[in-house]
Design a protein around this ligand. Structure first.
Ligand SMILES: *Cc1c(COP(=O)(O)O)cnc(C)c1O
Length: 469
């Protein structure tokens, strides 16, 4: 039956002719925290949401984050065309599952997983989920072995040893799974895990030691080779076996390309698992992470679930269940597109950008550079101690923000919290030409602070400014 047009249809049709910014929806206040009654047109909803996000800064000028802020248009297209695929439905999307499998194998190869042992791994939402799984595997394995040795496991809580440069996900792991976090403090001489002291924190209740490949605060790598040696010595003389998990959230997808001779991965016997964030130097938009165990014995069977699902059976060992597979597909795209030498070229250029910016920072004469981009492409610096200036790093951050640059300033952890540092995270999309623009803005910001009357921060210690993840 044909519909008759009515008066109301006419107005609806005409509404398409109304210019967007003359539309009714642009003239009324949309409720903030409760659902409005009526639907609105898609093109208007699109613009309204875009506009709400307009003033929050340009992601590529956000030098606070390690997370990717650029992918190629083809990657973005591929990812937006695969948003509907659920990564967990491995029996429905077997080809997608195969891409995940390929990524796991590529990473295992990159990290020198020994072929004699049966490695396994999975994608995750990010390193946080991957660290939870790595920590749980160590905890379960420790408990089983401790019971076999006859240790009274009720006597004290198991513990995890890590430097004070840890990322917050390890604090979460310890709280969620009731593990005592034993923190080896960093000091001026050790802006990473102090390998001379690490064994002081270990006992029979230690589930493992976490080595950090890329300390979030400074960009430095823990000395994993030295740690492995110490652990090997301990294991020779103790029944209790120490193992190392590498938190390579940022470094595990950087070091293999830029410092291929550095030994930090499965080439070291006591490194049993490694995690990384695909969305950091894996060059994928958030969120994808990865974890790999070097052999079957390090991933207790209890942590792998066989889920029977729509006619199939699949092993899963993630904490989350449903999520889009598009990030995994994006990771595979990057592996296929760049290959080893593509990643190497991109990362080396990013490191050169960091070294260039560190030089600019040094040349101003105001700063001591703590990390100039030798490990991760991160420039981290503090004000020189004997400077007679009225402004602080927080004022510099404010000045840079006027040009749209987000550059955090924050205190170092624990017993170094009197030291305020500032940090640029250089990423692939900070090309040399953009870095030069940034360098000009940086020099101008300092000139302004020296010569223009501005209100300074009276309190030199302002806490944390911006994200530090
Ligand atoms: C970023 C980071 C994490 C957390 O990773 P997500 O992928 O954001 O969950 C953990 N550890 C380190 C060292 C990091 O740099």
């Amino acid at each position: 039956m044909a519909m008759l047009y009515s008066e109301s249809d006419k107005t609806r049709k005409e509404s398409y002719r109304v210019p967007l910014f003359a539309s009714e929806e642009e003239q009324i206040r949309i409720p903030n925290y409760k659902l409005k009654d009526e639907p609105i047109e898609a093109r208007i909803a699109y613009q309204l949401v875009k506009d709400e996000l307009m003033d929050e800064g340009n992601a590529r000028q956000n030098l606070a984050t390690f997370c990717q802020t650029y992918m190629e248009p083809e990657a973005t297209k591929l990812m937006s065309e695969t948003l509907e695929k659920n990564a967990v439905d491995k029996s429905e999307y077997p080809q997608t599952a195969e891409l995940e499998n390929k990524c796991v194998n590529i990473l295992a190869d990159l990290w020198h997983a020994p072929s004699a042992e049966k490695y396994s791994g999975t994608s995750t939402v990010g390193s946080s989920e991957a660290c939870m799984l790595g920590g749980l595997a160590m905890k379960f394995r420790w408990r089983k072995k401790a019971e076999e040795r006859g240790l009274d496991i009720a006597k004290q809580r198991p513990n995890l040893v890590i430097s004070s440069g840890y990322q917050v996900c390890w604090e979460k792991f310890c709280v969620y799974w009731d593990v005592d976090m034993r923190v080896v403090p960093m000091d001026e001489a050790h802006l990473r895990l102090d390998t001379d002291k690490v064994l002081d924190y270990v006992d029979e209740y230690t589930i493992g030691i976490v080595g950090i490949l890329g300390i979030t605060y400074t960009g430095e790598f823990d000395d994993i080779q030295a740690l492995d040696k110490i652990v090997a010595g301990y294991n020779k003389t103790h029944d209790h076996e120490l193992v190392i998990h590498i938190d390579g959230a940022s470094g595990a997808m950087f070091a293999p390309f830029v410092e291929p001779d550095l030994k930090w991965d499965f080439q070291l016997d006591n490194v049993v698992s490694i995690n990384t964030s695909g969305h950091k130097y894996g060059l994928v938009y958030p969120g994808v992470g990865w974890i790999i165990w070097r052999g079957e014995e390090y991933l207790p069977r209890e942590l792998v679930f066989d889920v029977s699902y729509l006619g199939g059976s699949m092993p899963t060992m993630a904490i989350n269940f449903s999520r889009s597979a598009s990030q995994i597909i994006g990771q595979y795209y990057n592996f296929l597109r760049y290959g080893f030498s593509g990643y190497k070229k991109i990362h080396e250029r990013t490191r050169d950008t960091a070294l260039y910016l560190a030089k600019i920072v040094k040349e101003t004469g105001y700063f001591d550079v703590i990390h100039e981009g030798a490990n991760l492409p991160i420039v981290c610096y503090k004000m020189k101690a004997d400077l007679d200036v009225e402004w602080t790093l927080y004022d510099l951050a404010d000045q840079l923000l006027m040009k749209g640059w987000q550059v955090p300033a924050y205190p170092l952890p624990d017993n170094l919290s009197d030291t305020i540092v500032q940090r640029f995270v250089c990423r692939a999309d900070l090309g040399y030409n953009v870095a030069e623009e940034f360098a000009k803005d940086f020099q101008e910001a300092i000139h302004n602070l020296e010569h223009v009357r501005v209100l300074y921060h009276a309190d030199k210690n302002q806490g944390t400014y911006g994200f530090t993840h």
